[in-house]
Design a protein around this ligand. Structure first.
Ligand SMILES: Cc1cc2nc3c(=O)[nH]c(=O)nc-3n(C[C@H](O)[C@H](O)[C@H](O)COP(=O)(O)OP(=O)(O)OC[C@H]3O[C@@H](n4cnc5c(N)ncnc54)[C@H](O)[C@@H]3O)c2cc1C
Ligand SMILES: NC(=O)c1ccc[n+]([C@@H]2O[C@H](COP(=O)([O-])OP(=O)(O)OC[C@H]3O[C@@H](n4cnc5c(N)ncnc54)[C@H](OP(=O)(O)O)[C@@H]3O)[C@@H](O)[C@H]2O)c1
Length: 532
């Protein structure tokens, strides 16, 4: 049985891993290369090597009720979408509440993790670290890798002919911190992911002109979704997921397009995604259409050529003068402290069973946490992964034979669409609810909706039709949280506590009452006719 566990990184995933180890009686030692916890969520004025970097204005794009650890709701006075400084504060509260700090060694970089000579028998690893210039090494029974995947910038300069002749300034979005650099400049942002869109919108308040260049287009949605509800509390429900997954993909894509176009018609704004067969992460931005309709942001196609002081876009002959180019072209990832024979990264994928365990290792004593792109929050996803992993490390849960795991990994690499539901076919993508449910099943913590509908129908219906908040992952099984039921039944109270800061009386509409009465009469009539 594994006992001593090395955890690499003290971000969202590392903190959850420490807590899960403690809950199962394992001995975690977490190594964090920087001088504090929080990983990506800790904003610093300067970019730090080896750690993800944020711009000052980042606000979460998954809401607080959907993004919390499953037994630790955000404070109720936090806004629904949380600014990075408050997100970090929340992570610190979590670390304090569960006494995690004493298990973290800060300013300690993990340099290498190698199999011990007797690995096939013991499954042990030698972990070499560096702390203030001094090397150390220790043997661990298991390793949990929690280093994130948004640190190494992807900067495809070769795809931009003439970039070497450009006399202005250019940099990757990882370097971006504040918008004042854009004052009165002509700015080009390349890449319409969440970073590029945030930066273009922010620049447009100060710059002379802003172009946002996109090759693929994207669906843009607002955090403020149907009737003002947080988007993910409406979109991510078990009912909706079941509905989507039972329909053929073309129909789901058509329904999705209708929904996405309900805020504004994407084609009229030059945004509509080109490839709609595969799901592309939606862009969450509350301002973009407003900036486009007021001429502050101009959407452009891909770049044909960069010149000394201008760029030429594909399909548009006019040369546009440009002072600053921001490459918001995303990230690559790697595990520099691991040998390729342990985890190999190819085409943006690693050969990991259930996105976690290297499939070919004879002992399942190394796990990667948080290397996944669910259409939902990474925080509860990583936490659920960690809950399963510690039980595998303890030997309570067993992995299937290697051949089965390798087959599963290879099948995922082939990216074959199932033909139903949304197509999560790009590297690392996964269906949030389906994936988490699968892991919960392994640890007997998946909520049993059928029995719940009989024993506690209010809770059962809230779980089925309401948002899939993480508290439902703690109703049963190991790590069961007594506060889970109440947290689920009060999730909307916490959501509106921070928006309804002035109490208002809603006057009942006589028309609505009449409709309800007619509906009831129709129902009674139907019942009468059925039994006649
Ligand atoms: C701008 C932005 C906004 C986002 N918003 C959301 C959101 O709203 N909701 C959501 O769910 N997700 C969001 N994400 C995704 C985000 O990645 C996750 O929320 C989360 O931060 C991932 O945590 P992590 O612990 O896996 O990785 P990280 O937060 O990147 O932490 C990794 C840690 O490992 C440490 N480390 C790395 N290498 C070593 C080493 N060799 N030795 C020791 N320590 C090491 C790093 O210093 C770092 O502290 C956002 C991402 C970005 C870029
Ligand atoms: N507020 C928030 O919560 C927030 C903010 C920022 C980021 N994030 C998260 O952080 C993660 C990373 O986001 P990101 O926007 O940095 O990266 P990203 O989602 O990977 O987007 C990068 C974009 O760059 C473009 N691109 C890639 N290769 C290119 C090439 N060779 N030439 C031209 N363009 C290219 C593509 O856009 P085109 O097809 O448009 O060209 C691509 O969508 C995401 O999960 C995101 O949700 C969240």
């Amino acid at each position: 049985m594994a006992k001593r566990v090395a955890i690499v990184g003290a971000g969202v995933s590392g903190l959850a891993s420490i807590k899960c180890c403690l809950e199962e009686g394992l001995e975690p030692t977490c190594f964090e290369r920087s001088d504090d916890l929080g990983g990506l969520w800790r904003f610093t004025e300067h970019v730090e090597e080896g750690r993800a970097s944020l711009y000052r204005s980042v606000v979460s794009n998954s809401c607080k009720e959907m993004s919390c650890y499953s037994d630790f709701p955000f404070p109720e006075d936090y806004p629904n979408y949380v600014p990075n400084s408050q997100f970090l504060e929340y992570l610190k509260m979590y670390a304090n509440r569960f006494n995690l700090l004493k298990h973290i060694q800060f300013k300690t970089k993990v340099c290498s993790v190698t199999k011990c000579p007797d690995f096939t028998v013991t499954g042990q690893w030698e972990v070499v670290t560096q702390h203030e210039g001094k090397q150390g090494s220790a043997i661990f029974d298991a390793v949990m890798v929690c280093t994130g995947f948004l640190t190494d910038p992807y900067l495809p300069l070769d795809s931009f002919p003439g970039i070497n002749t450009f006399k202005g300034q250019y940099f990757h979005s990882r370097q971006y911190k504040y918008p004042n650099i854009f004052k009165d400049k002509r700015v080009l942002v390349i890449g319409m992911g969440n970073s590029g869109t945030d930066i273009a919108v922010e620049a447009s308040h100060l710059a002379e002109k802003v172009f946002l260049s996109t090759t693929g287009g994207a669906w843009v949605i607002s955090r403020v979704f149907d009737s003002g509800y947080p988007w993910d509390m409406v979109f991510t429900t078990r009912f909706q997921n079941m509905f989507r997954n039972s329909l053929p993909t073309p129909i789901v894509n058509w329904l999705l397009a209708r929904k996405m176009n309900s805020w504004f018609h994407h084609a009229n704004y030059g945004l509509v995604p080109e490839d709609r067969t595969q799901l592309r992460e939606p862009v969450l931005n509350d301002e973009l259409p407003g900036r486009i309709i007021t001429g502050k942001v101009l959407i452009k196609p891909s770049i044909k050529e960069v010149k000394e002081n201008s760029v030429v876009f594909n399909n548009t002959p006019k040369e546009e003068p440009i002072d600053i180019i921001v490459f918001a072209t995303g990230y690559t990832f790697a595990f520099p402290f691991l040998d390729e024979s342990v985890v190999k990264v190819e085409n943006g994928q690693a050969s990991l069973y259930k996105y976690i365990f290297p499939a070919h290792l004879p002992k399942p004593t190394l796990a990667v946490i948080g290397l996944i792109k669910p259409l939902g929050s990474i925080i509860p996803t990583g936490e659920t992964q960690a809950r399963w992993v510690v039980r595998v490390l303890k030997g309570i849960n067993k992995l299937p034979p290697q051949s089965v795991m390798i087959e599963e990994v290879n099948a995922r690499k082939e990216n074959k669409p199932s033909g139903f539901g949304l197509c999560y076919c790009k590297a690392l993508q996964a269906d949030y609810i389906t994936y988490i449910d699968e892991l919960l099943t392994y640890i007997n913590a998946k909520p049993n909706l059928f029995s719940m509908l009989l024993t506690d129908p209010r809770l059962g219906l809230t779980i089925f039709f309401g948002p899939s908040t993480p508290y439902q992952f703690r109703l049963t099984g190991p790590g069961k949280w007594e506060g889970a039921r109440n947290a689920i039944l009060t999730q909307w109270d916490r959501t509106f506590k921070v928006t309804k800061t002035r109490s208002v009386q809603e006057s009942p509409s006589p028309f609505a009452s009449l409709l309800k009465l007619l509906g009831l009469l129709a129902l009674l009539m139907a019942i009468f006719l059925i039994f006649l």
